[in-house]
Design a protein around this ligand. Structure first.
Ligand code: C2E
Ligand code: CA
Ligand code: CA
Length: 578
């Protein structure tokens, strides 16, 4: 019998018209098969292994868009619909069926692409019946759509957290038997929440699905990607060492650093990771899970888009971040106790006069210890405490700026804004009201937003920015050059000032490329009417080189002053009361 499909009376006619050919055994059983298929919602099939023809129930044909109810080479058609990760197992199983020396039972679970394009989990139970010649003749069985929640994640089709738990337990079992440990890589998407918030869940689901495909493609073929809760994924990698994990993560990073497009919305969703090695990090599922979560959570808190390897030190830092979290709440509840603002001067690039300052948040924990902003700001953002703290510091900076303008009438204060505040619809009214209350003109304020944090919709961010700009407040794109799509941000975001990150200044003395980059970035900004501020200038030689190379508008760096308390700033940089 040739390849392709044949059709029977009343069947779907697919392909070229031809004579319906049913092999004799199928003809014999067809009556019963038709009766049976009326009695069940499950999918059923009967294959004549020798003739390679199958009878398929109509619901199976419809659900998976198969060419017809009588099909030659059905296993091949079916295999093509299977999830890539499940095909090899299926083919091996079919080979076992064809080579069976007796009535073997076949049970297999796999993902199949449905007519709608998503993968559904199928459990297939079937048996082989032997022919008179002692060779396998018929293969018949039932396929059920599994209660998907039990096995697969609805959105991505990947195995879910319960399967992950089983996988980890199996890996631990294997370790006990063979003394072969391995690694677990837990991945979490950075800022995925924003995708859901700025679009909707449907877009969010599509993003998750795309990301799942991208990550899967980075894994060695034998490994499985699991989907855990929310935006988390995991991989169990028996036998892996640090190098193997680093290679996978580098691939994932490279892959996710390419902006993607979903339903016409561009998005960029990097991932953070936490890695644990078993049995070193624990010999029990719950312990391993907790430690992997701790490593992942630390990777996020310490800057995102990175992989953190679990260690005792990591665990202690994680515990510390939990206690900082509690103490930050306490400080906010006690009327922002422990918070203060430091000010770092910004100077005119040509005449080196102080033209303004960036307000930088400081915090002393209730235990009296100063904590670095890089450590506590991410916690404030994560817990949304940045919203009240951001309002408090805005008001404080406005009051200070008002005072300093009495001495230096054009003085401007730059205030950092987190993405959480951009989204907060009450922030704009608060800002307008606060400026009015303290009688500070809007042009005295610059709001800074870190470029790399703008992961969501540019249109949305522009709309929010334009509300401030319409009032006369300037917007600065902070840390320019540290994101993955700086040029695209420059093209798409409406801002007034670009702050070129210190990362470029650091190397300008020895590296011509960075020198040129700073030079052309400044020129590019000017050509589109944006001012440029260079951050992190520490040495005289850097300043000289920069002023020779380019005509930035302002400079901020230790060379001209470190962040100081308001009191010290006044003494050093302003002749207040003098
Ligand atoms: P940023 O906004 O990029 O602030 C500039 C950081 O660079 C400051 O660190 C400043 O002290 C440091 N810096 C300035 N000049 C130099 C230099 O010449 N050399 C070196 N090595 N560093 C220099 P800081 O104060 O530790 O703040 C770190 C980050 O914390 C800020 O980076 C910002 O992302 C965040 N942050 C600080 N205050 C606030 C705030 O009020 N709100 C929000 N949302 N984030 C804040
Ligand atoms: Ca800043
Ligand atoms: Ca900066």
């Amino acid at each position: 019998m040739g390849k392709g499909c044949v059709y029977g009376e009343g069947m779907r006619i697919m392909g070229k018209a031809g004579r319906a050919i049913l092999s004799p055994p199928l003809k014999r059983y067809r009556f019963y098969f038709d009766l049976l298929k009326k009695t069940t919602d499950n999918y059923i099939f009967l294959v004549d292994l020798k003739a390679n023809v199958a009878l398929l129930s109509s619901n199976l044909v419809q659900e998976f868009d198969l060419p017809g109810e009588i099909l030659t080479d059905a296993a091949k058609h079916w295999a093509n619909l299977l999830h890539e990760d499940d095909r090899a197992v299926f083919r091996a199983e079919m080979e076992r069926v064809r080579q069976a020396a007796g009535e073997v039972e076949h049970t297999l679970e796999y993902r199949v692409k449905s007519r709608k394009g998503d993968y559904v989990w199928i459990r297939c139970r079937a048996r082989v019946a032997m022919g008179m010649d002692g060779r396998p003749e018929l293969f018949t069985g039932v396929m059920t759509r599994m209660a998907r929640r039990a096995q697969a994640d609805d959105v991505t089709g990947l195995l879910n957290k319960y399967q992950f738990e089983r996988g980890v337990r199996r890996a631990l079992e294997a370790y006990r038997k063979e003394e072969r440990g391995g690694a677990i890589l837990m991945l979490g998407l950075d800022n995925f929440k924003l995708v859901n918030e700025t679009h909707n869940r449907t877009v969010g689901d599509r993003v998750l699905k795309r990301v799942a495909q991208l990550i899967s493609a980075c894994l060695p073929p034998a490994l499985t990607l699991y989907k855990l809760d929310g935006d988390e994924f995991a991989v169990i990698y028996p036998g892996a060492d640090e190098k193997a994990i680093a290679e996978i993560f580098a691939k994932v990073q490279a892959c996710l650093s390419q902006p993607q497009e979903i339903d016409g919305h561009p998005f960029l969703c990097t991932a953070s990771a936490g890695t644990i090695f078993y049995p070193q990090a624990g010999k029990d599922y719950l312990v391993l899970h907790k430690h992997a979560e701790a490593a992942l959570s630390l990777a996020k808190r310490e800057g995102k888009n990175r992989n953190c390897l679990f260690s005792k030190d990591v665990y202690n830092r994680w515990v510390r971040s939990l206690s900082l979290h509690d103490m930050l709440w306490e400080s906010v509840e006690k009327g922002f106790e422990g918070f203060s603002l430091f000010y770092q001067p910004q100077v005119d690039a040509v005449n080196q006069q102080v033209i303004g300052a960036e307000a930088l948040l400081r915090w002393q924990s209730p235990r009296g210890k100063g904590v670095a902003p890089m450590e506590f700001v991410p916690i404030l953002e994560e817990t949304k405490l940045i919203i009240p703290v951001g309002k408090w510091l805005f008001e404080d900076a406005v009051k200070t700026c008002k005072r300093w303008r009495e001495v230096s009438p054009n003085f401007r204060v730059s205030i950092n804004m987190s993405y959480e505040q951009v989204k907060d619809l009450s922030f704009k009214d608060f800002v307008t009201d606060c400026l009015a209350r303290h009688d500070l003109p809007p042009e005295a304020v610059v709001l800074e937003l870190t470029e790399s944090k703008i992961v969501a919709d540019w249109n949305f961010v522009n709309e929010r920015f334009d509300l401030f700009r319409a009032k006369g407040i300037s917007i600065a794109m902070d840390d320019f050059g540290t994101g993955y799509s700086s040029l695209a941000s420059l093209k798409n975001l409406s801002c007034d000032i670009v702050k070129i990150d210190r990362a470029f200044v650091k190397k300008i003395l020895e590296n011509d490329f960075d020198r040129q980059l700073v030079k052309y970035t400044v020129a590019l900004c000017h050509s589109i009417g944006i001012k440029a501020c260079i951050e992190g200038v520490e040495a005289e030689e850097e300043y000289e080189l920069l002023t020779k190379q380019c005509r930035a508008n302002s400079i901020q760096g230790y060379l001209f002053g470190r962040p100081e308390s308001a009191e010290n700033f006044e003494k050093k940089f302003l002749a207040v009361g003098a």
